[in-house]
Design a protein around this ligand. Structure first.
Ligand SMILES: [Zn+2]
Length: 264
């Protein structure tokens, strides 16, 4: 790993965490303690043709996720202007509209998915946030769920988000959490490594520390569990049972946070 640089802190020394296959590993930066995929993956959202089909085929599940996210936030914000970064076909925007947000906006780089979200009356941008020139302090609530782990320049996206968030605005952000029972059990086969797309890997400590170092204040950090469905296979049922117990114990393989804008 000579001449490797951490894109977050510019550190140049890494410790190995897990070998995924012959070409790919998870390593941890000695300076900032963030885990990342080595080598850095190349990913193109626009080219994923099956992306919107995956959402359309699993509508019920994605609506359930959307509702559970909004449930976690509605005590802080339930009206005003809303932005979902990575809005896919717009399920979270639909549910936010139902909840009381009258101004629903999304960012979606996949054009098929963006067109579907637009057709339902949402305002959808198809460029990355740093290219949009959005008005400052525009949004009351911003969600970016399972997005940060895909973004090479986290400082850039977080500074853009901070700019467009209102002074008393709220952020919801979630991602897979590798420091979890399911990851220890499934090791390289754990879903949350997200190969080949995930650049960064977080846990309950590194995630809020990235947010706090980029201008946000943690309101709550929750470690919960991914939904593993039961099936006919005993092995999969064991997995689903362990995932549910881990979720109940707060040792699940996802982490989300609710944040406000830090005073600056
Ligand atoms: Zn680093």
């Amino acid at each position: 790993m000579q001449n490797e640089i951490c894109h977050y802190c510019n550190g140049g020394a890494f410790d190995p965490l897990l070998q995924i296959n012959n070409n790919t590993a998870i390593v941890k930066c000695r300076r900032c303690k963030l885990a990342r995929t080595y080598p850095y993956p190349q990913f193109n959202f626009e080219s994923q043709e099956k992306y919107s089909k995956f959402y359309l085929d699993n509508e019920q599940m994605f609506r359930m996720f959307a509702k559970s996210m909004l449930d976690a936030i509605k005590e802080y914000k339930c009206s005003g202007s809303f932005l979902d970064i990575g809005c896919a076909v717009g399920y979270v925007l639909d549910e936010a509209g139902e909840l009381g947000f009258d101004n629903t906006n999304g960012i979606e780089l996949n054009l098929d998915a963006a067109a579907i979200a637009k057709s339902k009356g949402h305002n959808v941008y198809t460029q990355p946030i740093e290219k949009l020139n959005l008005q400052n302090e525009k949004f009351d609530l911003i969600i970016f769920n399972h997005v940060l782990e895909h973004v090479l320049d986290m400082r850039l996206i977080l500074s853009e988000i901070k700019k467009v968030l209102k002074k008393d605005g709220i952020i919801y952000c979630g991602m897979p959490n590798y420091n979890s029972i399911m990851q220890k059990l499934l090791k390289k086969n754990w879903y949350g490594w997200g190969m080949p797309d995930h650049i960064w890997h977080f846990d309950k400590l590194t995630f809020p520390s990235v947010m706090e170092n980029n201008g946000f204040t943690s309101i709550k950090i929750v470690q919960n569990g991914m939904y593993y469905p039961y099936s006919r296979s005993l092995r999969k049922n064991t997995r689903a049972t362990i995932a549910r117990i881990a979720d109940k114990l707060g040792l699940g393989d996802q982490v989300y946070g609710v944040f406000s804008k830090a005073n600056s």
